[in-house]
Design a protein around this ligand. Structure first.
Ligand SMILES: Nc1ncnc2c1ncn2[C@@H]1O[C@H](COP(=O)(O)OP(=O)(O)OP(=O)(O)O)[C@@H](O)[C@H]1O
Ligand SMILES: [Mg+2]
Length: 511
């Protein structure tokens, strides 16, 4: 590696894995341009950049999932060519994908050992696999029964299974593509410890995250990508999160949260009265006002997502709902949509977008009625709507004929927002609005939510990020163990007060 390019290089000898002049195009669009990158043994090298900057594409090229259009890869200084991911794995280069790619009908253990089953003689040794899987997940700070089918697990649990599966492969370089996006703080800490461990054993780590504080903590080196180009590689010790943000976005990101005027008391648009979602949420009562941004805080598993899913008809719920004073009950999500409630799921892949369909189809799917003329769908109007959505939501896409699954993760989230807004909802419920979203785009999404309020729409935001709730909400309801345990507003919207309510642990003064 050219020592001038990375004066910070702390290691000796050649990098374990190296990219030289690497470019990648999809059709006419070049999404990686002349990248030079080296991963050293025993080093955590973070890759940061905006949504769509090319991080995942680069990682897929480095791990044999994609072929580069130009340029070269080297291992220990020797040129290599990966015929595919299995070939790269054989040389110890492994990737933990950003998306969850597990077989939902197989068990945890079967997924972890898929393709390399443990055998006793000729038979598959389920017992050994179950034991191995239990331990592998436990090493990651998780506790998941190895014989459960993966389809029953939460997103965070699936992510742990996916990481466990990859770490069982003998490795020299492990690539993590946003591994913590859906993990809880406890699981995140456990994973960061695991990463510190494998680094200490001499493994090279490539680490992608939008959580810049986390990058600061774990990384030795940071590389910033912008629009497919490498803009800087620096020692992490030289960069504070604000510097990282500036390098990523190309401008200062000073103010993340928009200024808003407090809403005066206004009419109630949604009233939830003694509402229960069996097994998840009990006796929830609250009101949502016109133009209000109402937050829902709580630990993972507090029942927030399930309560919202119950309200909109995605799960069976019991209790009273009144919309503008009129009793309603939604037996499915189409009914609540029709009544003007848009629910934007945290699980955009499972419940939000059709990844194998193109952008236009995804955008207009829920509001197709608007685009029908006579007996036909008016394609020109659909295309115009897509153009507008791309500009309004700043969806970064090289081409308009992409499939939704070919958009970068953050841009999928923007497409989902655009799709729901086509329905002109009066009430918007957003679960984890900025999961996997870069800091510049976060700012855009917060502005967008503030604009909804300004237009007189009401928004419920479920989020595990307290600063986000405090930054954008008028009022925050806190849930614990399936129940609403309190509410904070105004100067009481502090992390301390929310944590006390969410955990039930009184610290004396804070309560
Ligand atoms: N198979 C594909 N065909 C066409 N374009 C693609 C394909 N895969 C990715 N792209 C495009 O390449 C660009 C880079 O995407 P990539 O997924 O690498 O971004 P990213 O930096 O990982 O973003 P995020 O932070 O949102 O995950 C995007 O414009 C994306 O739409
Ligand atoms: Mg990505």
């Amino acid at each position: 590696m050219n020592p001038d390019a990375t004066p910070a290089s702390v290691s000796s000898g050649s990098p374990v894995l190296q990219a030289i002049g690497l470019s990648k195009s999809f059709g006419p669009v070049e999404v990686l341009k002349d990248i030079a990158l080296g991963v050293n043994a025993g080093e955590v090298h973070a890759i940061i950049g905006e949504n769509g900057a090319g991080k995942s594409t680069l990682m897929k090229v480095l791990s044999g999932h994609l072929q580069p259009t130009r340029g070269e890869l080297r291992i220990d200084g020797e040129p290599v060519h990966f015929s595919g991911p299995v070939d790269a794995e054989r040389r110890g280069i492994v990737l933990v994908h950003q998306e969850i790619l597990l077989a939902p009908d197989l068990t945890v253990a079967q997924n972890i050992y898929l393709g390399r089953e443990l055998r006793k003689g000729l038979v598959v040794d389920d017992r050994a696999m179950n034991e191995g899987a239990r331990q592998a997940v436990r090493d990651l700070g998780g506790d998941i029964a190895p014989d459960v089918v993966v389809g029953r697990l939460s997103i965070a649990q699936r992510q742990l299974v996916q990481i466990a599966r990859v770490l069982l492969v003998p490795h020299r370089v492990v690539i993590f593509d946003e591994p913590t996006a859906s993990l809880t703080p406890v699981e995140t800490d456990a994973l960061l410890k695991v990463i510190a461990d494998i680094r200490a054993k001499g493994t090279g780590v490539l680490y992608i995250s939008h959580r810049l504080q986390e990058v600061k903590e774990i990384a030795d080196k940071v590389t910033v990508l912008r629009d497919g180009k490498l803009v800087a590689t620096r020692p992490a010790s030289e960069l504070e999160p604000v510097d990282m943000a500036r390098l990523m976005v190309g401008r200062d990101v000073a103010k993340l949260y928009p200024d808003r005027e407090a809403v005066a008391a206004r009419e109630t648009v949604l009233e939830v009265d003694d509402f229960s979602v069996p097994g998840y949420a009990q006796h929830a009562s609250f009101q949502l006002k016109k133009g209000e941004i109402l937050g829902f805080a709580g630990l993972v598993g507090a029942g927030r997502t399930e309560l919202m899913e119950g309200i909109v008809g995605l799960r069976p719920g019991r209790g009273a709902l009144r919309l503008a004073g009129k009793p309603v009950h939604f037996s499915d999500v189409h009914a609540s949509l029709k009544a003007g409630i848009a629910y934007i799921s945290e699980d955009r892949k499972g419940k939000g977008l059709l990844l194998a369909k193109d952008l236009r189809e995804n955008l207009t799917l829920a509001s197709l009625g608007k685009f029908v003329r006579g007996l036909q769908v008016d394609r020109a109007r659909e295309r115009a709507a897509l153009d507008q959505a791309i500009s309004e939501f700043d969806i970064r896409t090289g081409r308009k004929d992409l499939l939704a699954g070919q958009l970068s993760g953050g841009n999928q989230q923007k497409l989902l927002l655009a799709k729901m807004m086509m329905l002109d909802p009066g009430i918007v419920i957003i679960d984890e609005p900025t999961r996997g979203i870069d800091i510049g785009t976060k700012e855009q999404i917060y502005k967008f939510i503030a604009k909804l309020a300004q237009e007189g729409r009401s928004t419920i935001v479920v989020s595990s990020e307290m600063p986000e709730l405090i930054g954008i909400c008028d009022r925050i309801i806190v849930m614990r163990g399936g129940r609403i345990v309190g509410e904070v507003a105004g100067e009481h919207m502090t992390e301390d007060e929310i944590v006390v309510l969410a955990t039930g642990v009184k610290t004396g003064e804070a309560a």
